[in-house]
Write a protein that binds this ligand. Structure first.
Ligand code: DSN
Length: 416
């Protein structure tokens, strides 16, 4: 993976890449949006494809020398169509945010109205947050969760009828429940809105049949390719709505609307990720991702931790730490000292700022990918509880750090 020439020419960067590799190898990663790309994917991303400019689409590029590139993009598109059972796929978005930007630009004009999930209740920045383009270019309203931590569909309906958004956004970054895509589309139809779903977090579960699939309800879908899908960092736009004019608009919105040259090394890596996701091994991984999350939630509840909505139906869950007298920031710092990596996360109606927060988010894709066994997961969950229940006990953290290292060494990510 790391070439000797780099070591000689730029030892600073070479060493830092090595440091990061060691950090990843020796820590338990419970960040819900992270995963490990396979060696094949890393290889494609580090290939000569990075040299090629290919603005445009297959057979219609602005540069010569794109005959090989065309074949690669065509494989990526065809695999995406097969994997998601859709007739339209655009593999060029550089990221999930870029994909969402392109979708908005295709469907909306500046100052049009959008309705998405509140960032503080589990939504994503690009779903209308006031600090993001989506809340600055468009007039944005947001729905949230109720006292049980479930999407408040009454509020969703009320806001839809009140504001008549042009686009209603489904999907989330930190919500552990099931979304009622059918109902959301029904309301979107009633107010004449497009229904756009961002499935970035749950994409792997959806294609494995473990989470409801919104494809028949959404006009447009976007996703990242690196979360539960486990591919390279990147974005993807899909649709099966049958509206060819909309497909052309989406293409034009990606290029030339919001991006220049596609990253062909990443598109090749996406193609590999789609092939991996078409295998039966992938479904097994996704089953474990869901199962591990459910097992962890049960332990946290038993140990008197406040899990938002008291359950999970996907790969992640949120813990409200307000009964533990510790903030999200303090909790994630302490866990990180033991080699357990989570992220601080706002909880619904949080009184703390997003930099401090009252919660942490926990997710299971990465531990499943590196083959951590269920007994170790149970043990790690107990250690998390022990650390957060005894934040002053630094010796305990030291001891747990040693045991975490051992588990990590037994389950190498890249089998070095
Ligand atoms: N930053 C991602 C997450 O952690 O959920 C979303 O883009």
């Amino acid at each position: 993976m790391i070439n000797k020439k780099m070591k000689k020419f730029d030892p600073k960067i070479w060493n830092l890449i090595n440091d990061e590799k060691n950090r990843q190898e020796l820590c338990i990663n419970l960040i819900a949006s992270e995963n490990y790309a396979s060696n094949s994917i890393l290889e494609a991303q580090g290939s000569c494809l990075t040299n090629k400019y290919a603005e445009g689409y297959i057979g219609n590029r602005f540069y010569d020398g794109c005959n090989v590139i065309d074949k690669i993009e065509s494989i990526a598109i065809n695999r995406a169509k097969k994997l998601f059972c859709v007739e339209y796929a655009n593999v060029q978005p550089h990221s999930g945010s870029q994909a969402n930007f392109a979708v908005f630009q295709a469907l909306l004009k500046p100052y049009d109205i959008i309705l998405g999930m509140n960032l503080n209740h589990g939504g994503h920045l690009t779903h209308g947050s006031s600090v993001n383009f989506s809340g600055k270019i468009y007039k944005s309203y947001s729905y949230g969760v109720n006292e049980f931590g479930e999407i408040d569909y009454q509020q969703f309906k009320y806001l839809s009828f009140l504001h008549h958004p042009k686009v209603i956004i489904g999907g989330f970054s930190s919500y552990s429940g099931i979304c009622d895509w059918k109902y959301m589309r029904k309301i979107a139809d009633k107010v004449n809105a497009y229904f756009f779903v961002d499935i970035s977090h749950i994409v792997g579960l959806i294609i494995s049949g473990l989470y409801p699939n919104p494809i028949k309800y959404a006009h447009v879908i976007s996703t990242t390719t690196h979360k539960t899908l486990g591919g390279p960092r990147g974005g993807l736009i899909l649709s099966n709505c049958g509206n060819k004019e909309l497909y052309s608009k989406l293409n034009a919105s990606v290029f030339p609307g919001t991006q220049g040259g596609p990253l062909m090394h990443v598109i090749a890596a996406k193609a590999i990720a789609f092939k991996e996701a078409l295998s039966s091994k992938f479904i097994k991984l996704q089953k474990n991702i869901l199962n591990y999350a459910k097992v962890m939630v049960k332990i946290f509840l038993k140990k008197n931790f406040l899990v938002i909505s008291k359950k999970t139906e996907n790969h992640l869950f949120l813990i409200d730490l307000s009964n533990k007298k510790i903030t999200g920031k303090e909790a994630s710092n302490l866990l990180s000292r033991a080699g357990i990596i989570v992220n601080k996360n706002s909880i619904p109606n949080d009184k703390q700022t997003p930099f401090i927060t009252s919660g942490i988010r926990i997710g299971t894709p990465a531990i499943v990918k590196r083959n951590i066994k269920i007994n170790d997961v149970i043990q790690i969950t107990h250690w998390i509880c022990d650390i957060l229940d005894n934040p002053e006990n630094l010796n305990q953290i030291k001891e747990i750090r040693k045991k975490i290292k051992k588990i990590c060494k037994n389950n190498p990510i890249y089998a070095i």
